[in-house]
Design a binder for this molecule. Structure first.
Ligand code: TXA
Ligand code: MG
Length: 351
């Protein structure tokens, strides 16, 4: 299959191009498109055969459900049986935007799309290209992140092309994703909102809005082996570049020193070392590739660059990757959730 790439300016979306891409979706094809979080790999969410192609292209386990993307609230009624009060508040506050809600599904949503669950994840993205594509297709669009399963999510069209060239029909290139981390997933089917995957809509924001909310314990770390994540996808290896990632935690200077010592050792063995650094530390490292995610207090920039840096260190040929760690509050909870998974929970503590 030849993969066609269409470039689209998000500030001035070319509707003729959107029509072409929407046509591919209506005919059961696959179209990757930008959202404000990461690029999605889209198919007609009500067409089980079309969605099966998503699983094939990504190499995704079939019990890992897809989320459906909508571009109007009337599309929501098409796919869910009920909209609990709590979810209405969340929608008012955070839609369109980087939030996915788990809601009870209607029969028209195939069980093969929800991994056999009677709930469905729904997201109303704010990205103008995503909105235009969904509106043009006039369908709920199933879209996981457009990466090969297990790899870092794509935040640029070039990442999608790298993973999906020849496997999908179309890539709509709308520039770099704004947030760079996948949406916050909130389960609103129970008495209290539960965050199943942290993202740019933070626990603090949800708590402020609803008075009470919690985070699925499985998100917080490996520790408790009994904590099975409620979002099926959160149990798989994730976000992993080819090179093994190790996190190093401790005081700023000690971390730089420790990573330099590790890099020196690796170099002696003929290995190339990549470091995910910060503005504060980047000049202190002696490694083959040092990439800054941003200033420590600038969580938005760190989130936006995280996956792109992991991919870049791969493309550059790093054999080992060391990364600094971040505060686990605000968007930092999402940043650390992705980093810990990328590292398979390998953390070195230095004093
Ligand atoms: O930002 C995003 O959410 C991106 C963009 C493209 O919208 N999409 C995305 O999809 O990250 P994906 O498939 O990579 O991650 C969706 C996560 C998976 O961990 C999946 O297990 C979980 O959502 N999920 C989907 N439906 C669910 C359900 N009914 N109950 C619990 N978890 C669900
Ligand atoms: Mg994903």
């Amino acid at each position: 299959m030849k993969t066609i790439v269409y470039e689209v300016n998000p500030q001035q979306v070319d509707l003729a191009v959107m029509e072409k891409a929407a046509d591919v979706l209506r005919q059961g094809g696959l179209v990757a498109f930008p959202t404000e979080t990461v690029y999605g790999l889209g198919a007609n969410g009500l067409d089980a055969a079309a969605c099966k192609k998503i699983y094939e292209a990504k190499g995704r386990p079939s019990d890992n459900p897809l989320i459906l993307h909508i571009a109007s609230l009337s599309q929501l009624d098409q796919i869910v049986t009920e909209v609990p009060e709590m979810s209405k508040k969340l929608m008012d506050a955070f839609w369109p935007g980087p939030m996915t809600l788990i809601l009870p599904k209607k029969d028209c949503v195939p069980l093969s799309v929800t991994g056999g669950l009677d709930t469905v994840g729904v997201r109303f993205p704010s990205h103008p290209v995503a909105q235009a594509l969904i509106a043009a297709a006039a369908l709920p669009i199933a879209a996981p992140s457009a990466n090969v399963s297990g790899k870092p999510s794509p935040t640029k069209a070039s990442h999608v092309l790298f993973d999906m060239d020849g496997k999908i029909d179309v890539i709509v290139d709308g520039g770099a994703a704004d947030f760079g981390l996948e949406s916050t997933i909130i389960d609103v089917t129970g008495p209290e909102a539960v965050i199943l995957r942290p993202g740019a809509i933070t626990l603090e924001m949800v708590e402020t809005l609803l008075g009470k909310a919690s985070v699925d314990p499985a998100v917080l770390g490996k520790g408790d082996e009994k904590a099975v994540p409620k979002a099926p996808g959160m149990k798989y290896t994730h976000y992993s570049p080819k090179a093994p990632v190790t996190l190093v935690r401790g005081g700023q200077e000690q971390v730089v020193e420790a990573i330099n010592a590790l890099a020196k050792e690796a170099k002696a063995q003929g290995k190339k070392v990549g470091v995910l650094a910060t503005e504060e530390t980047k000049d202190g490292y002696e490694a083959d590739f040092v990439l800054s995610a941003g200033a420590r207090e600038d969580q938005k920039t760190i989130g936006a660059r995280l996956f792109a840096i992991l991919r870049k260190l791969d493309y550059l040929g790093a054999d080992l990757i060391y990364s600094e760690v971040f505060e686990e509050s605000g968007e930092g909870l999402a940043i650390m959730n992705r980093l810990k998974k990328a590292a398979g929970y390998e953390v070195i503590e230095v004093k």
